[in-house]
Design a protein around this ligand. Structure first.
Ligand SMILES: [Zn+2]
Ligand SMILES: [Zn+2]
Length: 201
């Protein structure tokens, strides 16, 4: 919870706050990547007093942990999430937002969150911002080679890993390609010859 009493209610008043807080539970994308509960989250906030309330603009920095979607190795990734939220004074909210019909609530809640006794709760805002800033498909590195589809070996650790046994479906496709005699196949054999020359050195 953050206090806005120091800021005051004079429109235009500004206050900057830097604070490190402990990450709340479930800060991230469930089962994919997230900021571990209790780990530090650095918050840089700018509070601006406006007519209707307090406009909060800020950045959260933290370290997220997850698992690479390709090789399944644990990974750690810094995350910086920007957010902005308007916290309104309940007593100046004369447009009926708080008493709006149930189906209007979801829409209004996205932009207008009430101040409670001059205090605001940043946690829901922080959660939304961090989830948006995190990758849905985290990878340990951009060129992660992942795992062998046949045996699950880590291809980053075994770049030369391959299986000699030809899959029967693949053999059928190759037979088809041979009978068609496509130009693409010629290119491929040329490339393969080049690789073989290098390896023989
Ligand atoms: Zn990976
Ligand atoms: Zn394999």
């Amino acid at each position: 919870m953050f206090d806005t009493h120091e800021l005051g209610r004079r429109p235009g008043a500004l206050q900057r706050i830097s604070r490190t807080v402990e990450a709340p539970a479930d800060l991230g994308i469930d089962g994919v990547i997230g900021v571990p509960q209790g780990s530090p989250v650095e918050l840089t906030l700018r509070l601006e007093s406006v007519m209707e309330g307090v406009l909060v603009t800020g950045t959260a920095r933290a370290s997220a942990e997850g698992e690479c979607v390709r090789c399944l190795e644990p990974l750690r990734q810094d995350v910086a999430a920007d957010f902005q939220e308007m916290f309104s004074y309940p007593d100046t909210d004369d447009r009926g937002h708080r008493t709006a019909a149930a189906d209007d609530d979801a829409e209004d809640d996205e932009d207008i969150t009430p101040l409670e006794d001059g205090m605001f709760d940043l946690e829901p805002v922080l959660r939304d911002a961090v989830v948006l800033a995190l990758p849905m498909q985290p990878v340990c590195r951009e060129d992660c080679a992942g795992l062998c589809a046949e045996c699950g070996a880590n291809l980053n650790e075994n770049p030369d890993h391959h299986h000699d046994a030809v899959d029967i479906r693949w053999a059928a496709l190759q037979g088809l390609a041979d009978s068609l005699g496509t130009g693409e196949k010629d290119n491929m054999s040329g490339a393969e010859a080049g690789v073989d020359e290098k390896q023989e050195k």
